[in-house]
Design a protein around this ligand. Structure first.
Ligand code: MRU
Length: 322
């Protein structure tokens, strides 16, 4: 089942706010509905956001064919619905380039972006599983953070796709899903996907990750990214940096799996990226909170970046710009 698709003139998504309790499909007919779904994280994860952005422009192209001003405003609303994952604005802008050719051309481009993400998931799974086997040997025990499965992409996923591939190869020693506070993408979504795939797993509170690594209960950390900067800095869900520090201290690989659509060579380093602040309500109802939704892992803590086209060994001085 696809996380996001274009079905009979509307965008269909799995409503990730309802998981794991209910598998609910939402049909989004308007840009307003799509933007609300992005902002509530009903659809989320960098590759899926790229597809959502492109399908959003397809909705806008149909709704505002005769009103260029309204069309421009709608495209801008989509691009800026969330700030951190580069895929969203990139997907929307790519589809928007086809606006002069009409709504059908825009939709065709959006479907191409969807199909590219599906193909990228397959390549990342194979490439990433090879790299994990090379670095960790047989039956590695992996820790992952946030949700990087089919729910973050269209099908397959990024880092969790690698976990699934190792499982299919009979070469997975275990997987720990870091809970991912405050919205529990790990505890709610990653566990839901792993259960459906028949992969045994355990959940850990986020702060347990580095301790499990220090106790030699984890052989590698594998997770995704919302943006990878030109210098290799990795922007990903808050908590990623702590796991990277834990991995470095324990001397184990820290592997980032993301499609090329997440690599942003126009951003030099993490300090240039707007980190989404999701306000205090998600964290606590009783006091003011600081709630950054992503963090920045400096490139020198990253062993390798795996995309559908390449393995960039940052630990050996490889550059993102090849
Ligand atoms: O706030 P979210 O749930 O959209 O954050 C998602 C992540 O941080 C994922 O790890 C990221 O998008 C990687 S999926 C390739």
């Amino acid at each position: 089942m696809r996380t996001i698709d274009w079905v009979d003139g509307a965008v269909e998504i799995i409503d990730q706010t309802a998981l794991p309790g209910e598998l609910r499909v939402l049909r989004l007919h308007t840009v307003g509905e799509l933007v609300a779904a992005i902002q509530s994280l009903a659809v989320r994860g960098a590759p899926a956001l790229g597809v959502a952005g492109a399908f959003g422009v397809a909705l806008a192209a149909r709704a505002h064919a005769d009103d260029p001003g309204a069309l421009r405003t709608a495209v801008q609303r989509i691009e800026t619905a969330r700030p951190t994952a580069v895929n969203l604005a990139r997907g929307a802008r790519r589809a928007a380039l086809l606006l002069p050719s009409g709504p059908d051309a825009v939709l065709a481009e959006a479907c191409a972006i969807r199909d590219e993400e599906i193909a990228a998931s397959d390549s990342m799974a194979a490439r990433g599983a090879d790299l994990v086997a090379e670095l960790c040997g047989d039956r590695p025990r992996l820790l992952t953070h946030c949700n990087t499965g089919g729910l973050c992409a269209v099908v397959g996923g990024t880092a969790l796709g690698v976990v699934g591939e190792l499982h299919r190869r009979g070469n997975l020693g275990g997987v720990v899903a870091s809970e991912t506070r405050p919205l529990l993408q790990g505890a709610r979504l990653t566990t839901w996907e792993l259960s459906r795939w028949g992969v045994e797993h355990r959940v850990a509170v986020d702060s347990a990750g580095p301790f499990l690594m220090a106790r030699r209960e984890v052989d590698a950390v594998i997770l995704g990214a919302d943006r990878i900067c030109a210098n290799g800095d990795v922007i990903n869900k808050i908590g990623t940096y702590s796991h990277a520090l834990g991995a470095r201290r324990a001397g184990i690989p820290f592997i980032v799996v993301a499609p090329e659509s997440t690599v942003d060579l126009s951003t030099g380093g993490g300090a240039e990226v707007e980190i989404e602040d999701r306000g205090s309500a998600e964290v606590t109802q009783w006091a003011e909170a600081v709630n950054p939704a992503f963090d920045i892992t400096p490139f020198d803590l990253v062993t390798a970046v795996v995309t559908e086209r390449r393995v960039v060994r940052l630990d050996r001085g490889d550059q993102m710009k090849s």
